[in-house]
Design a protein around this ligand. Structure first.
Ligand code: AMP
Ligand code: GLY
Length: 424
């Protein structure tokens, strides 16, 4: 069948790379895509917000499956549109409707959902402009650090951790009364700080049953030893050595199963990927956030470990046949390092020529901020590309990835040199 993939990051290059290897994929289109997805299929210049244009294209290109990379189109109800229109209904759509996407689109909804279904998460309260005073008083009753979260989508920037009471008061005021994150911070969740190890768990689900995908550890801070500003993610490791059988069982029993059951009980149909952002405290997992998509850069680490046909798996999720498909996961270790533009996540420059990608040996490159101009590759974003290697051990995967990270050349190249080191 013909497949339309939406998105333009490294995650989408990794998805395009995996999808295009499936015998079930006749023609892959990616909208809008990037220089990496262009190597796996045809990029089409469509705006992900232009539902009508996407629908028209899907019909004209005889698309049989739509796969959505990022969360925005899902939160905005793209899946509902496709499922709700007779002329589009035959198209398999991978991604939840707006009701399911609220797990990511509204932190207040997600927290309420977890509370209703006894899913372990940090204690919290929700505030609006009208309850600012109560919010300030709530902060006074908590111990530092303070975790303040804008309710809505804020491009991954809506969580602020404050070390002092004064700072927390100021940030709460900015969020609620001065639109620090626009409408996204009209409601703010304040929650207990959890001190533990972060872990990203992934499933694909049809809303009834699910299959586990490889778990990963993401490195969110820009600086080595987890210092500096938060980013979209600077690297990933999969599998995660501290996520053994016992912890994985706890994650399934305490978090994944109650989440799928909760969706069913609330009559929220859900077909697609579901990403559990977890904090593990003394071997007990807590949900920090839900995402209704794969992570980036986690996708670049986990897709190469999926020893199965991801198109067959996604098709099964759309037709309630998940139990019947192969879901083998490679025992090999993936190490993904993001090469970024100097200055990211703050200001950075674009348009530098990227050289030596042809000299890369033993790693897979997934492009995010890369643009092709004639036969030159140019930097075109904060995160430029992810370098992933698979090997028998984490140490070996680190060696291969870091050798290649060194070889690739562009002005201002920055990457963390300690991805995976804490796990050796
Ligand atoms: P999020 O955007 O929800 O992923 O949050 C961004 C980052 O803030 C997470 O990756 C965590 O490192 C941190 N974080 C969020 N919630 C908490 C919490 N309750 N306790 C400690 N850290 C948190
Ligand atoms: N790497 C974290 C995310 O995709 O949200």
């Amino acid at each position: 069948m013909n497949i339309l993939l939406l998105g333009s990051g490294g995650r989408e290059h990794a998805l395009a790379w995996k999808i295009s290897s499936s015998p079930l994929c006749k023609q892959l289109y990616v909208a809008p895509g990037n220089a990496g997805t262009a190597l796996c299929g045809n990029n089409v210049q469509l705006d992900m917000k232009d539902t009508q244009a996407l629908a028209d294209f899907a019909l004209s290109a005889d698309i049989g499956m739509v796969v959505v990379g990022p969360e925005d189109p899902l939160v905005n109800g793209l899946a509902d549109y496709f499922r709700g229109h007779g002329r589009l209904r035959h198209i398999l759509f991978v991604g939840p409707g707006a009701a399911g996407a609220k797990l990511e689109g509204s932190k207040a909804f997600a927290k309420g959902f977890m509370q209703r279904h006894q899913i372990p998460t940090a204690a919290y309260e929700t505030f609006t402009k009208d309850t600012l005073e109560e919010g300030l008083a709530f902060i006074d009753r908590l111990q530092p650090p303070y975790v303040l979260k804008a309710d809505g989508l804020a491009a991954g920037k809506g969580v602020i951790i404050c070390s002092s009471k004064d700072e927390a008061h100021k940030v709460l005021n900015e969020m609620l009364c001065h639109s620090m994150f626009g409408k996204a911070s009209n409601t703010v969740v304040i929650e207990e700080f959890l001190d533990g190890r972060e872990l990203s768990a992934f499933v694909i689900t049809d809303g009834n049953t699910y299959r586990m995908l490889p778990a990963a550890k993401d490195y969110k801070r820009v600086g080595e030893k987890d210092t500096g500003a938060n980013t979209g993610g600077m690297g990933a490791v999969s599998p995660v050595p501290f996520a053994g059988r016992m912890l994985t069982d706890r994650i399934e029993e305490r978090i994944i199963k109650p989440t799928i059951d909760g969706l069913k009980r609330e009559m929220i149909s859900y077909c697609g990927f579901l990403f559990f952002g977890l904090m593990v405290v003394d071997d007990n997992p807590y949900v920090i956030e839900y995402n209704v998509r794969l992570g980036d850069p986690e996708a670049e680490g986990i897709l190469p470990r999926m020893d199965f046909d991801v198109v067959e798996m996604m098709r099964a999720a759309c037709v309630s046949g998940l139990h019947a498909v192969n879901a083998d996961i490679s025992p090999r270790h993936a190490l993904t390092v993001v090469l970024a533009s100097g200055g990211y996540p703050g200001e950075y420059r674009k348009g530098f020529e990227i050289n030596n990608t042809d000299k890369v040996d033993g790693s897979q490159l997934f492009y995010s901020g890369v643009k092709q101009e004639n036969d030159r590759l140019l930097t075109n974003g904060g995160r430029v590309m992810a370098v992933t290697s698979l090997a028998a051990t984490l140490e070996e995967a680190m060696d291969i990835t870091y050798n290649n990270a060194m070889v690739i050349d562009f002005k201002g190249k920055y990457y963390r040199r300690d991805i995976g080191r804490d796990l050796l």
